[in-house]
Design a protein around this ligand. Sequence first.
Ligand code: NAD
Length: 497
Amino acid sequence: MENLTESTASTIESAKTSKKVPITVAYGDGIGPEIMSASLNVLKAAGARLEIDKIEIGEKKYLNGNSSGIESTSWDSLRRTRVFLKAPITTPQGGGYKSLNVTIRKVLGLYANIRPCVSYHPYITTKHPVMDVVIVRENEEDLYAGIEHQQTDEVVQCLKLISKPGTEKIIRYAFEYARAYNRKKVSCFTKDNIMKMTDGLFHKTFDRVGAEYPDIEKEHWIVDIGAAKLADTPEQFDVIVMPNLYGDILSDVAAQITGSVGLGGSANIGDGFAMFEAIHGSAPDIAGLNLANPSGLILASVQMLVHIGQSDVAEKIHNAWLRTIEEGIHTSDIYNPSTSKLLVGTKEFANAVIERLEQQPIMFRPVDYSASVADFNIKVTPVKPANKELVGVDIFLHYKERDPNKLAELISDLDANGMKLTMITNRGTKVWPDGFPETFCTDHWRCRFKNDMKNGVSYQSVVDLMQKIHHKKLDIIKTENLYLMDGVSMFSAGQGQ
Ligand code: NAD
């Protein structure tokens, strides 16, 4: 198979030599076709060197019985061009339709989601006049692995998966981005005071990788207070890197407080593939009315042009767009009679940008992409296999009686080849031994069987133990092995243990 990174390099090379760069374009649903036409008009007028391959995705495909919303020929186009400019699509409600955005991100390995969130005070009304934050969101892992199960009548679970390579890639990306775009600080948000292993890995990797960037200031915030500070004083942030779920939520918050979600563009970057889109959805409430603000998709197109090595065109469009905004030519979502001069529709806004393509903004600082790097060298440290030793097992049971002591009576004397019942938890809280009678218990129990950790146990002992539990007519819903890795226990303690 062709080397992906080489392929990206050849895309950029062809851009430099004025050869047209093939890109795949989807017009999407709702306001998608209007804002895509407007954006492509701007790209064309600005002299973007593009060869466009149009595909159809989204609502029509879903409703024609394609549960993924995309046909195989469209994947062929994406494999060929490796660059995707996408308008928003509508995911029909109900019917088990899978989110096409999540599918595209995962299938193409688009691990980095980059969302610049900038306020355009005083021309666009915002409570935060000084705001220029870039959110770098991990795009593939975390709770978005989408692995969910209902295990008992009362309890449903979703697995949060955080990998070492996935984390290192996104954190390196954030630091490389900061360096390339002359940014001074990278902040990291996690909840590692609670999720010490998953978010803890993210935080530790941030500290380890960050040490390789002494020129960039670094800080870590627990996500709740970090989010509060971001919403209150966004001016104190520069680049923020986050795991998937926090990044998803907070990038919308950050975009909204700049003035409108209609302004935000976003890049989804992988090793050799990239997708660019507005951050908003298909806005069916205003579809077909020439009301939509095409700015999000225009600014996503600017990110795309930088990515494919056409920084000259990117700069021209971005500066013309800034000039249009500061002249008060606004679509209805950002129109404010006290600061705006002219209320325009989608097409007219794009035409106003086109008319200003040779102009620079006067009030805003013009953008300069001449030194911008399109492709970062994101290396991943190989993970050294640890010496892994099995020392016990957490056996999860569906048990309807609400009394942990009764459950303990049934299983505490089981002969488990050196493993003893050491703890029972309910939703993570220790309820046996010495639990509190006040603790509310569901029908979902974790029973920890562990040896003294001096010697490992065999997996056969775990199977034997499960057999014995099964013979007691208890309902095993899942197991998690307990490992020492290089002598260190790699499992969390019970709450209150
Ligand atoms: P939305 O972003 O489409 O709309 C939210 C509000 O913002 C609406 O009032 C809308 O009129 C307004 N708005 C959005 N974009 C605007 C623009 N460019 N100019 C002016 N106003 C704008 O969010 P929603 O209503 O929650 O979702 C509608 C559909 O979009 C759903 O089917 C959802 O699944 C889909 N969606 C798609 C994407 C995507 O394709 N990337 C992202 C989010 C939502």
